[in-house]
Design a protein around this ligand. Structure first.
Ligand code: PLP
Length: 281
């Protein structure tokens, strides 16, 4: 792991107990896919990181180019060929007080990387995953990729306990916002791919952004609008996207089968084609 300027064995790596990331979840993070030892769409992740930091008024502790070097180095030291690299920046260490530290402190930087067997994702994608719905209960600024993830933790756990893989949040108007750690999509019976527009109520996924460009290139019709769980159940297909799972077909929502109850051809094609449209570094 990289921790505040040092590369350390994961077992010895630790942060100060007065780190504001630890005490207040006062920090932001990114998860970037690693594929054949390369980072996927890293510039987009770093751009989003910079935005999250700016929104929370946390200083960027070093140039993005230096962060990129550290990300590559942690991937290299862990010999990750397929997996993820995790980057977290907190406001830093200060005596516990809700308000920002009076004297500026240096933000804390942590980077870890781990291998994930690509066969696992492939098996899930071949089977298709189950989704449950839960009421949206997060703060209205989930466009900031903050480490404050308690509602997401509880939603994912609810999904697990229901034998599902992901939970979709449903807002007060009855529309799906996104998953606990993914963006939500459907494919209508007319073959139109639909996802909710960017707003402060969803995280603007890097995978989502790349996929929208891919849809255009592949000449697949695309529409940005909210949809309800009922529309999703009635759709031809549904899927979720995230850096750690690319395009993952959804086959049931709250126990109701979508289409044939098997992964659909559009989701399969998009999963196969995705990396043609992503940038490797
Ligand atoms: N929405 C939420 C709440 C997430 O946590 C994530 C990723 O972890 C996503 C969407 C997908 O974002 P990305 O494609 O950048 O991984």
């Amino acid at each position: 792991a990289y921790v505040n300027g040092r590369y350390q064995d994961m077992r010895d790596a630790s942060v100060n107990i007065e780190d504001r990331g630890y005490q207040f979840a006062d920090g932001v993070y990114e998860v970037c896919e690693v594929r054949t030892g390369k980072l996927v769409d890293m510039p987009r992740h770093l751009t989003r990181l910079q935005r999250s930091l700016r929104e929370l008024r946390i200083a960027l502790p070093m140039p993005l180019s230096s962060l990129a070097v550290i990300l590559h180095e942690v991937v290299r030291r862990n010999r990750v060929r397929f997996g993820i690299v995790y980057l977290q920046i907190s406001r830093g260490v200060a005596r516990r007080d809700h308000g920002f530290p009076l004297k500026p402190v240096r933000p804390s930087v942590v980077v870890t990387a781990r291998t994930i067997d690509p066969a696992k994702g492939a098996a899930n994608a071949a089977r298709g995953i189950k989704v449950i719905t839960v009421p949206e209960n997060r703060w209205p600024r989930v466009d900031i990729k903050s480490t404050a993830l308690l509602p997401n933790v509880l939603a994912k756990q609810a999904a697990r306990e229901a034998g599902a893989y992901e939970a979709w949040y449903v807002d007060g108007d009855g529309f799906v916002t996104e998953g606990s750690s993914s963006n939500a999509w459907i494919v209508t019976k007319e073959g139109r791919v639909v996802t909710r527009p960017d707003s402060s109520g969803i995280l603007s996924g890097v995978t989502r952004g790349v996929l929208i460009e891919a849809l255009e290139a592949l000449q697949i019709r695309f529409e940005e609008r909210p949809f309800t769980p009922a529309e999703a159940v009635d759709a031809a297909e549904a899927f979720i996207t995230a850096s750690s799972m690319i395009v993952m077909p959804v086959v049931t929502i709250d126990g109701h089968a979508i289409g044939s109850g098997k992964p659909g051809p559009v989701a399969r094609r998009l999963r196969e084609q995705f990396h043609r449209f992503s940038a490797f570094s």
